[in-house]
Design a protein around this ligand. Structure first.
Ligand code: HAM
Length: 422
């Protein structure tokens, strides 16, 4: 019998996991600078939270959730995204009462969607996201977009495109919805069974249907931009003004609708324009969700945020052939020539590690030559060889593996020497 990881999931092995940590480090640093402390929520929530939050008519809720009943008969769902959970937490902990609004938080962790797995689309993926809840200042929209762009720029990506749109307020969406129904209704027979249901439930979802994408009626559909009222248009202008002030380039795409129900006003996606990136070009998606907090039982608290997966960021780095600057982290390898030397090596290794010097020794009973080879393979910065004469002299040669230089250092000075040189 042999076991494999479940479809759509992956093991991140050492060698690869360093890249993840590097990216996560960039994210954590930026969250510190932009003041988005981490909020950790459970990996599963009550199913109803996502039905109400993400929306009953979305693909996520209809087809992609990992939903199960626990032994107490409760329906629970592995989180497919973070915004609903963060909003729940905002309400549950009465964060709307905090003196400082918006409440700005970030999250980083696995999300689960039962999707057709392919390159860039997984069933378990790691999403980094931020949410700012409790303000409808368009400057917050610009801040959130800037932060998302900064993550990619700091990682070294160059081929990026920011696409923005306004989905307007409720009045705008209702008028657009009526226009969509009038547009599609006479021809709805040509569409897939899902779209036929979507017509009354949420006709906006027809626009991003994967089955009917090629139907010309989709391209000819009434565009939401043409229904923007004065207030929504003014809000969108403000967002653009702030983006201009920040020097952030963008393209306005009236067809950008996003696949979750909670959005209104600002919607945005960041795409990779790198050649060979593959079919799925969206790296990051986000937008404003005024009304979501009320939908799940809280007071009026407008919010905005984004989500991005580390998987897609790494694919974009690969497509642009950007190498992450990952430091060689082994400072020292101690080669021991015999049993007595091994005893000293174990003792020294421990004392070095206490001081933060990354140290490795041989645990495979290898001869000196094989130990030297291992030190080479592991890319150790320094090597110390311990034998009878070193123990006698209480001093050893420290060899710099890059330059080949050696220096004799007494045992009691080794820590200081290594700390000064590593
Ligand atoms: P979303 O567009 O569903 O939005 O996902 C955001 C990002 O998560 C995508 O752009 C992509 O990077 C990543 N992602 C989604 N599904 C997968 C998958 N199957 N495999 C790999 N990566 C994936 C949301 O999730 C919203 N909660 C974003 C948001 C936060 N809006 C406001 N605040």
């Amino acid at each position: 019998m042999s076991f494999k990881v479940p479809r759509g999931t992956q093991d991140i092995l050492p060698g690869e996991s360093e890249k993840w940590q590097k990216i996560e480090g960039i994210m954590r640093h930026l969250c510190h600078v932009y003041r988005y402390p981490e909020l950790r929520t459970p990996m599963f929530e009550s199913t109803e939270l996502f039905q109400r939050g993400v929306g009953d008519s979305t693909d996520i809720v209809q087809k992609e959730m990992y939903t199960f009943e626990d032994r107490g008969g409760r329906s629970l769902t592995l989180r497919p995204e973070g915004t609903a959970s963060i909003s729940r937490s905002y309400v549950e902990h009465k964060m709307y009462g905090y003196a400082d609004q918006p409440v700005k938080v970030s999250y980083l962790g696995p999300m689960f969607r039962y999707e057709r797995s392919q390159k860039g689309r997984y069933r378990q993926f790691v999403q980094f996201g931020v949410e700012a809840i409790g303000s409808k200042d368009p400057a917050v929209d610009a801040e959130v977009i800037e932060l998302a762009m900064r993550v990619y720029q700091e990682a070294g990506l160059k081929h990026l495109k920011l696409v923005i749109n306004s989905l307007g307020d409720k009045e705008v969406r209702d008028a657009h919805r009526d226009a969509l129904i009038a547009h599609f209704e006479p021809h709805i027979g040509e569409f897939c069974a899902d779209c036929q249901k979507r017509l009354q439930q949420n006709p906006l979802r027809i626009l991003d249907c994967k089955v009917d994408a090629a139907n010309p009626l989709i391209e000819q559909a009434p565009q939401l931009t043409n229904y923007l009222n004065e207030e929504s248009a003014a809000y969108f202008d403000q967002v653009k003004k702030y983006l201009d002030a920040l020097g952030i380039d963008y393209v306005v795409d009236p067809n950008l609708v996003r696949g979750l129900d909670y959005y209104n006003h600002t919607a945005f996606e960041i795409m990779s324009t790198a050649e060979g990136f593959g079919a799925i070009t969206t790296l990051c998606g986000g937008g404003r969700y005024n009304g979501l907090v009320e939908e799940i039982g809280g007071p009026e608290s407008p919010g905005i945020g984004f989500g991005m997966s580390i998987e897609r960021l790494l694919l974009a780095l690969e497509a642009e052939e950007v190498a992450l600057n990952i430091e060689n982290d082994l400072d020292l390898f101690i080669v021991a020539m015999d049993e007595d030397a091994k005893l000293k090596a174990v003792e020294l290794t421990s004392s070095f590690r206490v001081k933060g010097i990354a140290t490795e020794i041989d645990y495979a009973g290898r001869k000196m030559k094989a130990q030297m080879k291992a030190a080479d393979r592991l890319n150790a910065k320094y090597v110390i060889v311990l034998g009878g004469s070193e123990l006698e002299e209480q001093a050893a040669n420290v060899k710099n593996m890059e330059t080949g230089d050696q220096e004799k250092v007494p045992f009691h000075d080794l820590v200081n020497y290594l700390l000064a040189h590593k």
